[in-house]
Each structure stands twice: as C-alpha cells, then as structure tokens.
Design a protein. Structure first.
Length: 278
C-alpha cells in the first residue's frame, strides 16, 4: 500500500493547504466546480441505488466512488479546504494570511455550488422528461429528502438546529478523514481504500454534507418539493457549512497537526521521582 507515517502525511496536508491558498482564481473555481458536479452525480447515483434496491447500505457502499474520483483528479471540496488551508496559516507559512484562507473558502463554495446546481438541473430535466411530466420515483425520493431535512429540523426548533449542526460536525469529521486518506498512500488502490472507509460511514449515517446538499435541495426545489429556498438555507445549508467547518477542523485537522507536527516534548523517564512528605 506504500503507507506514509502520520508525520509525513500531515506535513503533506499543510503543504496542500498552502498550495490551495496561492492557487489562481481560475484554477480554484474550475477544480471546485468539477468537484461539486462529480459529488452531485455520485449522490444521484446513490439515491437511485437506494430507490431501486430498497437497501440504503448498497448506496452507501457505492457512493464513495464519486469522492474517490474527484480527489484522484485533484479537484477540491469545501469540506476539504476547511481542514487543509487553516493548517498553513497556523504553521505560519510565508505569505499565508487569513484573507487568503477566506478567499479560498469563498471561491470553492461558489465553484462547488455551481457544479452541484448544474447536475441538479440535469437530474430534474432527466427525471421529468424536460419538465413535461411528474418526476419519476428517483426524482420523487429526492424531493422527499429536501422536505424531511429542512422542515423536519425546523419542526424541532432550536433542538433541530443544534441537531443539524452536530450532524454537520460528524459529517466532516469523516469526510475530512477521507481527504487525509488520499495522502496516506502513494498508490491508487491504497488511496481509494483509505478514502472509501470514512465516506461510507458518513453517507450511511445520513450526516449533513454541505456540498451534497447543494445538489439534493436545489434539485428538490426544481421538482416542486414543498419547502422554500429560505428553508433550505436557514434550516440546512448554513448550519451544515458551519458544522462541517467546526467538525473537520477540530476532529481531523487540528488534532493531527497538534500531535504529529507540533508534538509535545517526550517525558523524561530518567528523572528522579518526586517524593511527597507524609
């Protein structure tokens, strides 16, 4: 598998974050657009499998194919740059600023959204034969997802909002672990296996992924699901983005960096024991 030890792949994480901050606007947006489009296509694929088989585990097992494809091709998801770019700032890489980090996040968000929206339109068109009939069973299922994961949270008020935020945190804990998985090995099979495992967990557990939701909810709106654009942003996308940021950075980026780059001094086992007077 050509496994890299943690001190090696965490350094690669910091290097990757620095590289993304200095990437041109053009390349950043193109890579983000393609990432959003491929992940949206994978979500459509997984929902189709779930509808046709009635077995959610099958869709979850196969959904990571899209994630693996987009990272092998060098494209970028918002959930990934949430973890990588701050590490370059924390590591005090020359020229890296908070503005540079926020600029990258903004461009990747725009690119991901545009790519996911493109596939959402294609899906809505295909499942309705050009909007000339009601959606097929896959389109209907996508509409139901949008309703249950906006109005469903809203019906619980503040508790629903906190639940949504925590699901976003849990999601990017797993997804960012998948991003790191692409750096753990130097072979394609090794990278794919390392990426596949955490993405399977996130998808089957129905955690909230901001980029997947950029496809699921606009496609539901195009298919006349019974929720509004404001419902989507207030009761899903914005809390999910914030949860993805906090979860990925806290549980993956900062923990790996703290213990494999900024390691604490080793304990001195030869030091004389401290005697406590009784």
């Amino acid at each position: 598998m050509s496994y890299l030890v943690p001190s090696e792949f965490v350094t690669k994480m910091v290097d990757a974050g620095e590289s993304k901050i200095f990437m041109s606007t053009r390349d950043t947006v193109i890579r983000a657009y393609m990432a959003g489009a491929i992940l949206a296509l994978a979500a459509w694929f997984a929902v189709t499998i779930n509808v046709n088989t009635g077995q959610p585990i099958v869709g979850a097992l196969l959904f990571p194919v899209g994630f693996s494809m987009l990272y092998l091709l060098g494209f970028d998801l918002l959930t990934g740059v949430f973890v990588l770019t701050p590490l370059a700032l924390i590591d005090k890489r020359p020229g890296v600023t908070l503005y540079g980090v926020l600029r990258n996040w903004g461009l990747v968000f725009i690119g991901n959204f545009a790519g996911a929206l493109t596939v959402a339109f294609m899906m809505a068109f295909v499942t309705t034969f050009g909007f000339t009939q009601d959606p097929d069973k896959v389109g209907a299922a996508l509409g139901n997802i949008g309703e249950s994961r906006t109005l469903g949270y809203a019906s619980h008020g503040a508790a629903g909002m906190v639940t949504l935020f925590i699901r976003g945190m849990l999601c990017n804990w797993m997804v960012s672990t998948g991003v790191v998985g692409a750096m753990i090995s130097t072979t394609v099979p090794g990278k794919v296996i390392a990426m596949w495992m955490p993405i399977l967990v996130f998808f089957y557990m129905v955690f909230e992924h901001s980029v997947v939701n950029m496809f699921l909810f606009p496609s539901g709106l195009m298919l006349h699901a019974k929720f509004s654009i404001m419902d989507y942003f207030i009761w899903n996308e914005i809390p999910t983005v914030l949860g993805n940021l906090v979860g990925g950075l806290s549980f993956t980026g900062l923990t790996l960096y703290a213990t494999h780059v900024r390691t604490a001094p080793k304990r001195d086992t030869k030091a004389a024991p401290v005697r406590v007077a009784v």
